[in-house]
Design a protein around this ligand. Sequence first.
Ligand SMILES: [Zn+2]
Length: 732
Amino acid sequence: MRKAYPALPVSIFTTLIFSVLLVAQQQESRSISAATPILGFTAAHATAEHKLETEFQAIPSSEKAREWHRTFTAEPHPAASERNNQLADFIADEWRKQGWEDVTLRRYEVLHSRPRSVSLEMTAPVHYTATLREDPVDVDPDTKNRAVSGAYFGYSASGDVTAEVVYAHSGNPEDYDLLLKNGISVKGKIVLVRYSNPYSYRGFKALTAEREGAAALLIYSDPAEDGYARGKAFPDGPWGPESHIQRGAITYDYIVPGDPTTPGWASVPGAKHIPPEEARSLPKIPALPLSWRDAKPLLENMNGPEAPKDWRGALRVTYRLTGGVTAHVKVDMDSSLQPYTVAEARIRGSELPDEWVLVGNHRDAWVFGGVDPSSGTASMMELTRALGEMRQRGIRPRRTVIACSWDGEEYALTGSTEWGEQFADDLKKKLVAYLNVDESVAGAATTAGPDGLSFSPAAVASLAPMLVEASKDALAPSGKWLYEAWRATSKRDAKASQPPLDSGLVETRIGSGSDHTVFLNHLGRPVMNLGFSGDYGVYHSMYDDHYWMSHIGDPSFEYHVALTRIWGLVALRLANADVLPYDFGSNGVALDRFLRELELKNKIDSHKLKLKKLHELITEFQKAGSELREAVAKGLASGGASSEKMERLNQQLLLVESNWLDPGGIPGRPWFQHLLYASRYTYAHLEFPGLTEAVEKGDWKLASEQEALIERALVKNIELLRTAKGSWEKNN
Ligand SMILES: [Zn+2]
């Protein structure tokens, strides 16, 4: 799963030029000075770390990444399918061969959802039967695979509806307001909406349609968003052809993710399940995704009022709001408990086995998963191969590194959520960070050129500086430093005259839509998402496959390897650091920015809500964080700190992120316990979630209660950082 369609890089390079440049650049720049300091390392350990990282970076291979990718994308592998379960066994076997330890398959019994039969017909003014299928393409034999599913949405309700069709633009609340202004109600009607203008998660469109009283929902891909209006369509380019279908789940997992019938606890065999009728995350509306080819007859046969200008897409029809079109939608879903499998393995830490660095990627795909998620899976298998090989050469990380292959991410972030709930107590104490990769390469290198895809990570602000630092030592696809490529694409994407400062490179606002959610929002652990992005219009369709990746996305597979390298460097630094490289000064700067944005956007005046104290505490937190960072740097440089002292400090640092949790959760969504981070119902990022939602509702009493909770957490963390600094500086 992922989010929107990113903006477009432009220059055109052929694969050939790309490969020639690649070789030339690789020869030119490769050495890292062993004397360069690393955040959280003593000078001696930084030297050793650089050596080990150079060794690590030489292992991942683009040819191997290509082979992994071919294996994972050979057949459709949605959650609960036989193929996806076989791939869990395959990964476990490979991890054993690669030298990983404690390889385990974790089984969950989860309420799953799959189609028995679906159909859509236009019944008036003319008859049309939607194909709900994608066309095969001769150059790509995978598209002829008979195991490819048709159109469906995970967790759609079953239903049989014949009604008038209304076009509701993007299906967001303001779109229904506009329809009402035009005297059009959607009650009892079939609502047709497009995917992305602006983007909102399809599960938000379903809830909105349900609230508006619609009887059924159709969501189609307009070529303005991901088709011919953006550029060449598959198989000639990265964008979606006329029959491509964006499958997906419409679960309300922004309320509570995971198995809808075990909210807040793990679906281990024998666990209690609530009745599906009581599940807050299950939609009650039947819904289907459509290609634009299947949506076009519905749109072009309407005879009512013309749609406003910004509601018009790129189809050559007159977009209208409604009028004269009726349709028959039938959705029959099978809901039953099915086994999901999380594959897990570890390399036990040599010195601190009870501190964990977790890397993970989901395995299940809507169809072949060329980008989503098998690009990430290929990058992960190269990461585990490299770390396993290092272990066999006798190089073991100081902390334990755990790798997980999640299941059912596409349905409700399910595998990671159940696993996180099952091991919550341990994770809260031991997890240093979760490093998630969903799609490692979601863009077209053939249109973006060498290093032209955007490196687009998101991380909690306390991890942002160490990520930037690691990028200075990580190799980019061209063989140059990733840091340079990152600055260049950031400058281009922002249409700026200068690259951003280091402090502005990492996106520190984090929404939902992937497996980091449970670790951040429920367990209060630091997280990071890594990936490259660019032109990509076949998301969740059959065309998101090996052909797309090997001819259009990443023909050289060098982006896959570049992602493995930065992922591994971050993991190794977190696993080997003397002092955990969290930067709470940087965290404070981000909080200050989040609060100012909240005030500005909502024009909060001080007799409604007093935020002065909160500002002051954030400033104090930032100061305490920066002072601790300086003290640690000084102590590490002088080399005087004992390992006991460093470990005492690490234990204190691990607590900071946990202190942002409020066990009561945010109002209305008790599973989301982080006071600083949650996601909106659209999956968009949401900072200070409880406070922000109260402010947006104008509920000032609730807002000040929520504000008080953040104050309390800040006071606790300021105290913690000061105490930590005090004991660190003693006899240092
Ligand atoms: Zn995904």
